[in-house]
Write a protein that binds this ligand. Structure first.
Ligand SMILES: Cc1cc2nc3c(=O)[nH]c(=O)nc-3n(C[C@H](O)[C@H](O)[C@H](O)COP(=O)(O)OP(=O)(O)OC[C@H]3O[C@@H](n4cnc5c(N)ncnc54)[C@H](O)[C@@H]3O)c2cc1C
Length: 413
């Protein structure tokens, strides 16, 4: 073994990249973290930025502040364009960087499934810009609707459609329903809120398909009580910015479509030139390495790891656990030991439907209602990075809970 310290390049500082860097901090190796943003984003609370419950600053944390005590970690804000697997180099927009080990943790992007009109006119919900665009758009539409004399145009402005009945779609629908019916009703006395329509479209036959069926039913009922129409069995086929055409031919006159119907791996994963699945995720082996390239590890949403033939879901616990295991395997390889197989420990699933209502599926246990909601609050607070952010989020949630108010209501741009 030589004295030369191995160089590990980690791409992406989301859930996986950040966890990997924490594991590698202090190890006898030089780590370079490459990320196109200068902050870590807590995506599970993005919908609250979109629905004005939180400010973007509450759910992001500056990377340099997180990394300042990790002496063997060097951060560079840059976008990685390509990986040269043979030369063991990543190509960034600031030049090439060589590696001995590479951990790709680039996450996912919105998947419009090739629907060009939808991609042009709908809102994704994957980053801070998306969430801010949705928030600005909703408030602008209420301002416009409050001055619009034509009832058809007004109803079109006041119809909000969310596609996708997974956790993101459900949480977004619940958050939007509460913003509209508990807060905006006070701000716009001139608007007839009977004209407001909030629609959640799900192509399958139930919401939250990864949860047990009774929890799916409970979720649909709760959303309906909050004024959300839930449409099953039909999908969005087209959206021109003024009307949605569904696959069954139905039309919805609306200016708002929030697309929570799918994600696919970031394009960089596909550019690696190795086997990918239908969502563009890199197929990896049980030690989280790429076949034929044992020095390349993939973790999180960009990875396709099949357990008993089924890929692990694109969720934060998978990303965090994979990243920790990949980092430990890098340390093992660097010290001449064999990598270990990854074992996923499923911590269960949680989703909130809004105020005092959530669902939780924890192994054999299922919870619905208030307890599941409190559990959701606690877990998300614990996972959020930074004490100040946690404090701000608690204050905002409490303000919202006790006063039926949303703190962030300005229209920007
Ligand atoms: C709205 C929303 C709600 C969600 N809610 C939940 C939830 O409640 N519970 C749950 O478990 N999961 C949830 N998820 C999923 C969860 O956020 C992801 O599974 C998790 O973020 C994956 O972690 P990751 O590190 O693989 O990717 P990410 O966290 O997406 O991080 C990837 C990072 O890589 C960076 N990057 C990408 N490409 C490049 C490049 N070429 N060069 C440099 N940097 C690059 C990105 O900027 C990003 O910071 C939600 C996701 C969304 C979008």
């Amino acid at each position: 073994m030589t004295d030369k310290r191995p160089k590990v390049v980690v791409v992406g500082a989301g859930f996986a990249g950040l966890q990997a860097v924490k594991e590698l901090a202090g190890a006898r190796m030089d780590v370079v973290l490459l990320e196109r943003q200068n902050y870590h984003l807590f995506q599970p609370l993005l919908y609250q930025v979109a629905t004005a419950g939180l400010a973007p600053e509450d759910i992001v944390y500056p990377l340099r502040a997180i990394l300042r005590d990790m002496k063997n970690v060097d951060f560079r804000m840059t976008e990685v364009q390509a990986v040269d697997k043979e030369k063991k180099m990543v190509v960034t927009d600031c030049g090439e960087i060589a590696y001995d080990y590479l951990l790709l943790a680039v996450g996912a992007t919105t998947n419009f499934f090739g629907l060009k009109s939808v991609e042009s006119h709908a809102f994704g919900l994957k980053n801070v810009e998306d969430a801010m665009d949705i928030r600005n758009h909703i408030f602008r539409l209420f301002e416009l609707a409050s001055q619009q004399p034509d009832p058809d145009l007004r109803r079109q402005m006041l119809t909000f459609v969310i596609a996708g009945g997974g956790a993101t779609g459900v949480e977004c629908a619940g958050g939007l329903a509460e913003l509209i019916h508990q807060v905006l009703t006070k701000d716009y006395p001139g608007i007839d809120f009977g004209e407001v329509r909030l629609v959640l479209v799900e192509g399958g036959s139930r919401l939250l398909p990864s949860f047990p069926e009774p929890l799916s039913r409970f979720t649909a009922e709760k959303l309906q009580q909050k004024g959300v129409e839930v449409l099953f069995g039909s999908m969005v086929a087209e959206f021109d910015g003024a009307a949605i055409t569904m696959t069954d031919g139905r039309q919805l006159q609306t200016r708002t479509l929030v697309w929570a119907a799918g994600v696919a791996a970031e394009p960089l994963a596909g550019r690696l030139g190795v086997e990918t699945d239908r969502l563009g995720r890199v197929v990896i082996n049980q030690t989280l390495q790429v076949s034929d390239y044992p020095e390349i590890f993939i973790a999180g949403d960009a990875a396709c790891l099949r357990i008993d033939g089924h890929p692990l879901p694109m969720i934060a616990p998978v990303a965090v656990q994979q990243a920790a295991a990949a980092a430990q395997n890098i340390i093992r390889l660097a010290s001449g030991r064999a990598p270990e197989e990854f074992r996923y420990k499923d911590p269960g699933s949680l989703a909130t439907i809004g105020r005092s209502s959530g669902v939780a599926s924890l192994g054999r246990w299922q919870f619905r209602g208030y307890f599941a909601w409190v559990l959701w609050l606690v877990v998300h607070l614990i996972r959020l990075v930074g004490f100040r952010n946690r404090l701000l989020v608690i204050i905002n949630w409490a303000w919202d809970y006790f006063f039926y108010e949303r703190v962030v209501r300005l229209i920007l741009r």
